[in-house]
Write a protein that binds this ligand. Structure first.
Ligand code: SAM
Length: 286
């Protein structure tokens, strides 16, 4: 029998079920078994591990995950996909599909309910691209017991997430992610392997979440605000961007105390610099 993640299977499944692809849910089904294998391999999933999948779609990735993982917990927003998924995955027992919007789900509670016995929990997904950043920020900011994320996303966002200082991709999201996890771009994926093909190319990114943060911000809400502010207008200096929200004298004194040149732009600063700035403002912005 052909795999779910193949052009033939996807086309047949769509016709057989009279399924209308919903653009509003970012539905682009993956039809390349070697890419599916690479994703699962990059996650290093074993039978001792549980996987959370976001958007199982027709079940192409879910099938591979059911083969390799102990258990798969999948969140799908589109109720029309549920009976199709159940039919496509009927030979497996080690999965649970939740008809839920991942942005509204209480993932912590679901982990407690379904995945308590698993030591390692990984998120593995071909994400709905229209909500890549909110999904990532939503999950990573909750300090859930998830050790690793392997996700397909649009290439541009993947490059930002893995962005390094002094490159055009480096921005507030790169820093926010770097604070919590080691980000690696695993592979670039052409748009042609999806049905329907999206308008952008994609990439698979792996995030290995730090057990203990290498550098700690005293107040993470202030840290998130500060990095967004530092990159508010890329062409402006750090000083000018920070003065949009903070007192000028405070920022002048801070740059002196931290030995940062007033003329620098945020894109050259390291994570360590942003944490120093954030901690300074946490302590001194009374
Ligand atoms: N995993 C499948 C594959 O690789 O072929 C489908 C991936 S498709 C890019 C994204 C999937 O996410 C779709 O099945 C879509 O219905 C689902 N989805 C979209 N928004 C969602 C949300 N807020 N919560 C959960 N699932 C969502």
């Amino acid at each position: 029998m052909s795999k779910i993640g193949s052009v033939g299977f996807v086309q047949q499944a769509l016709i057989k079920n009279q399924f209308k692809i919903k653009k509003k849910f970012g539905q682009n089904f993956l039809t390349d078994s070697s890419i599916l294998n690479n994703i699962v391999e990059a996650a290093g999933v074993t039978k001792q591990d549980a996987v959370i999948e976001i958007g199982p779609g027709l079940g192409a990735l879910t099938e591979e995950l059911c083969e390799k993982a102990g258990f798969v917990l999948a969140y799908e927003i589109d109720e029309d996909l549920i009976p199709i998924l159940q039919d496509n995955l009927k030979k497996y027992q080690n999965y649970k599909i939740l008809l839920k919007d991942i942005l509204k789900a209480n993932v912590e509670e679901d982990i407690e309910l379904y995945l308590k016995e698993y030591k390692n929990i990984y998120v593995v997904a071909n994400l709905p691209y229209y909500i890549t950043t909110p999904i990532l920020i939503g999950l990573l900011s909750k300090s859930l017991p998830i050790q690793r994320y392997v996700m397909m996303m649009q290439l541009e966002v993947a490059n930002r997430i893995c962005g390094k200082p002094s490159t055009k991709e480096y921005n507030a999201l790169s820093v926010w992610i770097e604070y919590r996890a080691k980000a690696t771009r695993i592979m670039k994926v052409p748009r042609t392997v999806f049905v329907p093909a999206p308008n952008v190319d994609s990439a698979v990114v792996r995030l290995d979440v730090y057990d203990a943060l290498p550098i700690v911000a005293e107040d993470e809400t202030i840290f998130s605000f500060v990095i967004r502010q530092c990159f508010a207008q890329r062409r402006k200096t750090l000083y000018n961007n920070l003065c949009l929200k903070y007192d000028k004298a405070l920022i002048q004194q801070m740059l002196l105390d931290l030995d940062i040149a007033p003329s620098v732009r945020a894109e050259v600063l390291s994570l360590n610099d942003f944490v120093r700035i954030s901690n300074y403002l946490t302590q001194n912005n009374k």
